[in-house]
Design a protein around this ligand. Sequence first.
Ligand code: NI
Length: 173
Amino acid sequence: MAVLPIITAPDKRLKVRSEPVTAVDAELATLMDDMLETMYLAPGVGLAAPQIGVTKRVIVVDVGKTEEDRDPYRMANPELVWTSDERSVYEEGCLSLPEHYADVERPERIRVKYIDENNTEQELEADGLLATCIQHEMDHLEGVLFVDHLTSLKRNMIIRKLQKTKKMKAAAE
Ligand code: NI
């Protein structure tokens, strides 16, 4: 497995719509493992392929709190087949927007269809943090970041700070 560099905002590669995969082959299964390893190290609870510069509809998610209760999901072509009318609010963060957090409202429960690491179609019903996390990662496949759910005032404030951090980092290199 390999740890991959994560792209941080603002970056136009994070605004692209990712392409569906035709099948999960050995190469894609390895990519999923690499994404998980990258996510665990960061550490984070989800990662989408465009965050590592791969514009494919692939996400990984694991909301387990400790190494012992790891419960990773590897999903290709995830698609919401149902969402609850009931909504919930979570404070979200993103490995591509380090150190920024904000409340985002989304459907509380979802049913998601996807292709797993064995190229088998699966359906999962999720709620709570897992449901939020899957929806957050699926947004990345549309080029949507969690700040895009905020008011433009809040969004611009965060993006400006990220831009500043980037400039400072570039100047230090
Ligand atoms: Ni994210």
